[in-house]
Design a protein around this ligand. Structure first.
Ligand code: PBG
Length: 326
């Protein structure tokens, strides 16, 4: 009788068997690729902390979206950088705002590519917070913000987004957005809710890309404490009660335990956001020759899928799709 361990190794050592016994396989269709769309003509600004990622004006965003589509990536997630920011975040819900215009252009160029709209105010407020701020109180006003977030979602739906993704973390936003979408005739537009969104240092590079670093205070009043996992389950349950169609955990790699627990709690699709800082770390190490980029990225992303993600939002998506085609 061979030892059980030997039996395990036989399946590893027999080359052709490895593929058959592999439990987790990445595919380009697992991915949503975030794109930063900036107002203006013919702009292509590199983001220094995210090698390979750019702020793109609409014409370039369309090209990037077409490239993603041709690689078999399921969708793009659009973040907008408006020409001007103000206290009321007007650019977010402007029917001619940068995300709304980009959505129309991308849906024209690649109708089958999913367009997901980021619903948040931080890229549009002059202070960089995710909601409207009462300067005297120095506080984010939850309920006033809800109204504007709901308008942001409905103008995006009007422009043709397939999914709205609220990333703001205001209380009650999923219900507010659902009600507004239904009222405006967008009963069929799903909500992908950032349900477990942690107050994370790994958003640093994104804030450079989206020009959305808060100018005072931080986001700990509305984002979650990294030390808490049970709280994430409560947040997720609330979002589901309010009508979320897909729930998300963000960031991904430091929170794989949370991802797994959310996966076990709900039968809804679960998304994981492999955020900017997670991307930058691997790019930096690979750029220095300290890690094999392809192997490290594939290993990290396979881990996210193995932990339970149905959908992976990642800046690595086009690279992964290319590697998978080989
Ligand atoms: C906005 C938002 C953030 C990210 C997605 N939506 C930043 C933040 O909350 O500060 C981060 C994504 C990333 O780091 O890639 N609310």
């Amino acid at each position: 009788m061979p030892f059980p361990a030997q039996r395990l190794r036989r399946t590893r050592r027999t080359g052709g068997l490895r593929g058959l016994v592999r439990e987790t396989e990445l595919s380009p269709s697992d991915f949503i690729y975030p794109i930063f769309v900036i107002a203006g003509e013919d702009v292509r600004n590199p983001i220094s902390s995210m090698p390979g990622i750019f702020q793109l004006s609409i014409n370039h965003a369309v090209e990037e979206a077409k490239r993603a589509y041709s690689l078999g990536i399921s969708g793009v997630l659009l973040f907008g950088i408006p020409r001007e920011k103000d206290e009321a975040a007007s650019g977010a819900y402007d029917p001619e705002g940068v995300v709304q215009l980009a959505t129309r252009a991308i849906k024209d160029a690649a109708p089958e590519l999913l367009v997901v709209g980021d619903v948040c105010l931080c890229e549009y407020t002059s202070h960089g917070h995710c909601g409207i701020v009462d300067r005297e109180l120095g506080e984010v006003l939850n309920d006033v913000s809800l109204e504007l977030l709901a308008r942001t979602a409905s103008t995006q739906a009007e422009a043709g987004v397939d999914v709205v993704a609220p990333s703001d973390m205001m209380d009650g936003r999923v219900a507010a957005i659902r009600a507004e979408l239904d009222r405006e005739g967008f009963e069929q537009t799903p909500i992908m809710a950032y349900s477990a969104k942690y107050a994370s240092a790994f958003y640093g590079p994104f804030r450079e890309a989206a020009e959305s670093a808060p100018q005072f205070g931080d986001r700990r009043g509305y984002q979650m404490d990294p030390a808490n996992a049970r709280e994430a389950l409560r947040e997720t349950e609330l979002d589901i009660e309010e009508g979320a169609d897909i729930v998300m955990v963000k960031p991904a790699l430091p929170y794989l335990d949370v991802l797994r627990r959310v996966r076990e709690r709900t039968d809804l699709p679960v998304a994981a956001y492999n955020v900017s800082g997670e991307y930058s770390m691997l790019k930096a190490a690979a750029g220095n020759g300290w890690l094999d980029e392809e192997r490290a990225v594939m290993e990290a992303l396979t881990g996210i899928k193995r932990a339970g993600a149905d959908i992976i939002i990642s800046y690595h998506a086009p690279d992964v799709a290319r590697w998978l085609q080989k």
